[in-house]
Write a protein of this length. Structure first.
Length: 286
């Protein structure tokens, strides 16, 4: 687990250290940072609370330094996605104005990648520190007594977030839930070899849920941009907002319908099942 987390950190640093960068490179680097954060969650018991919080905060800061480039790319893609599904929008004044505005923002963000922008410099420096620190994490050769409680914590946090979202599915709660689903999907992939027929299927289901929640979050960001433009330019944005809200409602319903499949059991039951898979795997390995 330590090696997996360190490799993700090193991959992100390598991507961001290239002489020429694209917004696609930044997207890939952010994915590696997210995987590293998911990995250290499985090391939480082994690392101890204080060290885990310090390392997690360091990696979170590296990811946030890249948010502006990520948002510029995602907003353009989300608006294009919306236009492809509702052709009536392509002649709408707000849609056209927003398309031009978002593409200007994306071009500015891309120009920042051609020079040593403060965000990139900060992300590289932080990742370098994280990689150095990871080599010295005091991880002993523990067994399920270290990984089991960490997995249970990940699963329990996601299940709580799911139930809160079902009670009040606002944008903030759905976004927080999505983060927890991503952590669960990564953990399931890590343990996939213990019982491939079960855990691979569960991991893919969690990824489907995370993708739906991610699309809903991107539409929520786009909605904020539409409202800001409409206020600034005194334009009526009803058509674009209605299209956004239709898809958000659909994605929200789809996400909530998956709760019982992604979180079918209480945390203690799920953790006990995974422990059983672990024990049988160890027996066969011997």
């Amino acid at each position: 687990m330590r090696r997996l987390a360190r490799n993700c950190i090193a991959n992100a640093h390598r991507i961001l250290s290239a002489q020429t960068l694209s917004d696609g490179n930044v997207h890939d680097a952010r994915k590696e940072i997210k995987k590293s954060r998911a990995s250290i969650r499985l090391l939480r018991t082994a690392l101890g609370g204080a060290r885990f919080r310090r390392e997690n905060a360091r990696l979170r800061a590296a990811g946030r330094a890249l948010n502006a480039v990520r948002d510029a790319r995602v907003l353009v893609r989300t608006l294009d996605w919306l236009g492809e599904r509702d052709r009536r929008l392509t002649g709408d004044a707000v849609y056209l104005a927003l398309s031009g505005q978002l593409r200007d923002s994306q071009r500015r963000a891309r120009r920042q990648l051609r020079k040593p922008a403060p965000g990139l410099i900060s992300a590289r420096r932080t990742l370098e520190q994280a990689r150095y620190s990871a080599d010295r994490w005091p991880v002993d050769p523990g067994s399920w007594d270290k990984l089991g409680p960490a997995f249970r914590r990940i699963y329990a946090a996601g299940r709580r977030a799911a139930l809160r979202s079902r009670t009040k599915p606002d944008d903030h709660r759905l976004h927080q839930w999505r983060k927890q689903v991503k952590y669960l999907a990564h953990a399931l992939h890590v343990f996939e070899s213990l019982r491939p027929s079960k855990l691979a299927k569960h991991a893919k289901l969690a990824e489907r849920l995370a993708d739906a929640l991610g699309d809903a979050h991107d539409l929520a960001l786009l909605r904020e941009s539409v409202l800001a433009l409409a206020r600034h330019e005194a334009l009526r944005a009803n058509s674009v907002l209605a299209a956004i809200d239709r898809h958000r409602v659909r994605l929200r319903r789809h996400s909530l319908a998956l709760i019982a499949r992604v979180y079918p059991d209480p945390p203690r039951v799920m953790a006990r099942r995974l422990q059983h898979y672990w024990q049988r795997w160890r027996e066969h390995a011997k």
